[in-house]
Design a protein around this ligand. Structure first.
Ligand code: PEP
Ligand code: MN
Length: 341
């Protein structure tokens, strides 16, 4: 249920409503808005009786919430959220790009990419130190050594770091290094991990599970917000379908769907979505045109010798061309020319 306070409700009146909600055994989530405060109720296994709340001073209305996802839903919070990561903003009017190799392979390549991104005004670098691989015999990432390399790249260039957290055990160290914690597709329903990043003090990038419905995805985000971290950005990275001409089926139609249901920003990853570097530019442009709130792209100084995801990684030169095209398109889509930074 959502309790909407009247425009002239006082602080003590809001507090009183919160106390009554707590006394009923539920959790109040006060959300001050531009004109009025709304209080969302969570922790209730079934419908809440509005009786004891409706009569309290300052309460304008009690609205039943129909969606299973509450904290991430537009019923609780109508305004779109803007999430700041370093100098990038994920939210309306912005289209920041996260680019970088699939994995941290060595210091030299990470420094090359970080300097390149800095020079090209790209605010965030992605690279996995811990890699979720289908085969246990594939390169698993450099682990702690990879994190140290990322920390150095950040210190030297100022480019923000987005890197994947695969388990609860390694989360502490990753949280120290990263500006944004990535939860990968395979871990979208790792509930222990979702709770852990929900207690983190860093924004979270939550990728869509390989075969996740929108509702399952939003409920996964709900776990994170329910632990207190509302800095969540969703990432569409393609889903498994019968179509086999691309690595996954990039579900661009999910962008307006998620934006209707949730106030959280949604970005698109056309690299994992298509699996081929020549398919990335058209789908990146389509994501921008579809109104996505940002992009994640894999790039590599020498993709043909990459230790993972080389086929879908763009060369630095190719990415440079894509950036120029996206900047033009951004203006045509009504965004400011600096909206990609
Ligand atoms: C990645 O970003 O490198 C990755 C493993 O992505 P996903 O979880 O979407 O497969
Ligand atoms: Mn990858």
């Amino acid at each position: 249920m959502l309790v909407v306070m009247s425009c002239d409700a006082t602080e003590p009146q809001v507090e009183r409503v919160c106390d009554v909600i707590r006394a009923m055994g539920f959790r109040p989530n006060a959300m001050p808005g531009a004109n009025r405060t709304a209080i969302g109720i969570t922790g209730n296994p079934g419908p809440v009786d509005p009786g004891p709340i409706e009569m309290l001073p300052g309460v304008a209305q009690c609205i039943r919430v129909t969606q299973p996802h509450k904290l991430v839903g537009r019923e609780f919070r109508t305004e779109s959220s803007s999430i700041r990561v370093g100098r990038a903003v994920f939210g309306p009017g912005h289209f920041p790009i996260i680019a970088g190799p699939c994995a941290v392979e060595n210091e030299a390549m990470i420094m090359t990419v970080a300097h390149f991104l800095k020079e090209h005004g790209v605010p965030l670098m992605r690279a996995g130190a811990y890699k979720p691989r289908t085969s246990p015999y594939s390169f698993q990432g450099l682990g702690v050594e990879g994190l140290d390399i990322l920390a150095k790249a950040r210190a030297v260039t100022g480019v923000g770091i987005v890197t994947e957290v695969m388990d609860v055990e390694s989360a502490d160290r990753i949280e120290e290094v990263a500006d944004m914690l990535q939860v990968g597709a395979r871990n979208m329903q790792n509930f222990a991990l979702l709770r852990r990043v929900g207690r983190a003090r860093k924004p979270v990038l939550l990728k869509r599970g390989i075969a996740a419905t929108v509702e399952e995805w939003l409920m996964a985000a709900e776990y994170i917000l329910n632990e207190g971290n509302d800095q969540v950005v969703l990432c569409e990275r393609g889903i498994r379908s019968f179509a086999d001409q691309t690595r996954n089926t990039l579900d661009l139609s999910v962008v307006p769907v998620v934006q209707r249901l949730s106030h959280l920003p949604i970005i698109v990853d056309p690299s994992h979505g298509t699996g081929r570097r020549d398919y990335v530019p058209p789908m990146a442009a389509a994501a921008l045109a579809a109104g996505a709130n940002g992009l994640m792209v894999e790039i590599h100084p020498d993709p043909n010798h990459a230790l993972s995801d080389g086929a879908q990684s763009m060369t630095l030169g190719g990415f440079d061309e894509l950036l120029a095209k996206l900047r033009q398109l951004a203006t045509a889509c009504g965004l400011k020319s600096d909206s990609l930074s």
